[in-house]
Design a protein around this ligand. Structure first.
Ligand code: HEM
Length: 130
């Protein structure tokens, strides 16, 4: 009975647009989304790589497709997803080792993840795509 009364009094906010997540919360959601997207895209990416290597002609076709600026932007987005997942993954492994679990450190490390993953994306994009 007492449990029911407590449950009734708990505040609820189901309006997702009014929820303001702190940076570590945004990082956490992006880590989950990036993990799922990488997982789902992995077979497609492997198939694309394999198809591109079947003959010099298919390689040339893929090269010209990747030369399209729109395709480059999509690929840059995918590189960022992976870099975000990688950097956030290292942060989670450190948290699992109880490193940086206090609020200030957790906020700082999430900022570092965003800065480092964007920097790595730009470096890799510049080297591989342009
Ligand atoms: C092919 C590459 C990868 C795929 C497909 C992948 C996929 C996933 C997925 C689906 C999750 C579950 C996310 C969730 O539901 O919260 C996950 C979690 C995780 N990934 Fe990855 N991942 C990949 C690479 C990596 C790499 C390179 C790292 C290393 C830094 C990493 C570190 C982690 C960690 C630590 C978690 C657990 C996070 C937690 O405690 O909530 N992953 N990954």
């Amino acid at each position: 009975m007492a449990e029911m009364a407590i449950k009734k009094k708990r505040p609820k906010n189901l309006d997702i647009m009014t929820i303001r997540l702190p940076l570590p919360g945004i990082l956490s959601i992006l880590h989950r989304i990036s993990g799922a997207v990488i997982f789902l895209l992995l077979p497609v990416l492997l198939w694309l790589f394999q198809s591109s290597l079947t003959s010099p002609e298919t390689f040339a076709t893929f090269k010209s497709v990747v030369g399209n600026p729109l395709v480059k932007i999509v690929l840059l987005g995918l590189i960022w997803l992976y870099m975000h997942h990688f950097c956030a993954g290292i942060r989670y492994l450190l948290l699992d080792l109880h490193k940086g679990v206090d609020l200030a450190s957790a906020r700082l490390s999430s900022k570092i993840v965003f800065v480092v993953s964007i920097a790595l994306t730009l470096i890799i994009g510049a080297k591989v795509l342009w």
